[in-house]
Design a protein around this ligand. Structure first.
Ligand code: PMP
Length: 364
């Protein structure tokens, strides 16, 4: 019935919904702390809400299928042509369209062990062969990934920073890696969390596009821009690649409400700044608590951190749920001793830390 590989596919496991846990525990939703999906804890930008509300009067109309205003804003901000941008229903949509356009049942797709779960998913969905390259210190081993490229490789996915490990490769490492990849192999640099990186030396895939025509950079409005519910992501690539992606994507894959909110939030520099600051201090709060509890964690450049709680991680996860705290088990990524926790507001982090110490004590 289905394409080879689809039968073996395990579906993407989203974080447990707040309403579901509240029902199970007989609590009000406001009493649940969800730190499971790397969402922005600040709530949405007021400018984005106002724009989304204004767009409601046109609910009976199809959205602008080319996302003209959003592409214009992005093109100015990023210093690229609007014809280099492809919009998606979240960046997951763009990742999937890329795989469908440029790989097939006879291709290999390379990514790292512990890399973002959607890469194996889109690979299997088109019946391509997944080549998962062993990680180095939880991060992408770019040398080994370049060495894994064969004549059958069509795509390489690199998450920078990666989810769920939070590891990042430097600009110079990414550049050296791109230099080793044959021109007919496309490299997808997934920068979903790039806005959280604030140092001058931090990698910026868009600046590499002029030198590497086989590069596609993917970004999203779901994280630092705080619009996960609306599903808007995009890729930046050569105009030739964007042209192909734009032919294959669904014609109205981003809603008018989402387009309006994303266009407006790009004017809310203050919101982005607050997202970054809240994340930096929240990460510090979590790291300090882990240090005090004697727990190891993987230093993260994202808005989440993978903490090592030991082989009883699923019990700890369940015990956290019983305390009204939702985090994400990462056994499905081959990390059975870790839990991934998203950075929340200070009081949410505190509630998680408190529940974690109780859960660990109970788990012995
Ligand atoms: N890439 C990475 C590395 C991610 O962690 C995520 C979100 N979990 C995405 C892409 C997709 O995000 P979205 O579809 O919301 O843009």
């Amino acid at each position: 019935l289905a394409v080879k590989g689809v039968q073996a596919l395990s579906p993407y496991q989203p974080g447990k919904p707040i309403s579901e846990l509240a029902r199970e525990l007989g609590l009000d939703s406001s009493e649940i702390v969800k730190l499971a999906s790397n969402e922005n804890p600040l709530g949405p930008s007021k400018k984005a809400i106002a724009a989304a509300e204004s767009a409601l009067t046109d609910l009976c109309l199809y959205p602008d299928g080319n996302g003209f205003d959003l592409k214009q804003k992005l093109s100015t901000r990023l210093g690229v042509g609007a014809d280099q941008i492809t919009l998606g229903n979240g960046s997951n949509d763009v990742l999937e369209v890329i795989a469908r356009c440029f790989a097939g049942a006879d291709s290999e797709i390379v990514f790292s062990q512990y890399a973002f779960a959607v890469y194996p998913l889109v690979t299997q969905a088109i019946g391509a062969k997944a080549v998962a390259v062993p990680a180095r210190a939880w991060g992408h081993d770019l040398d080994a990934m370049a060495a894994a490229v064969t004549e059958h490789t069509r795509l390489v996915f690199v998450a920078n920073p990666n989810n769920p490990t939070g590891t990042v490769n430097s600009s110079s490492a990414i550049e050296a890696f791109l230099g080793k990849i044959p021109e007919d192999v496309l490299v997808v640099l997934d920068e979903a969390y790039c806005e959280y990186m604030v140092g001058e030396e931090d990698p910026d895939g868009v600046s590499l596009l002029t030198r590497f025509p086989n590069l596609i950079v993917c970004r999203t409005f779901s994280k630092a821009w705080g619009l996960a519910a609306l599903r808007v992501g995009y890729s930046v690539s050569s105009p030739a690649i964007a042209d192909i992606l734009n032919r294959v994507r669904q014609p109205f894959n981003v809603s008018s409400v989402a387009l309006a909110a994303a266009t407006a939030v790009l004017d809310d520099e203050d919101y982005l700044q607050r997202s970054r600051e809240a994340n930096t201090s929240g990460l510090k709060q979590l790291e300090l608590a882990f240090d005090q509890m004697g727990l190891r964690y993987i230093p993260s450049s994202g808005n989440f951190v993978a903490v090592e709680v030991g082989p009883q991680a699923m019990d700890v996860y369940q015990a956290l749920l019983a305390h009204g705290v939702i985090v994400r088990p990462v056994a499905g990524y081959g990390m059975p001793n870790h839990l991934r926790v998203s950075v929340g507001l200070p009081e949410q982090n505190e509630q998680f830390i408190d529940a974690l110490s109780k859960a660990l004590a109970a788990a012995g």
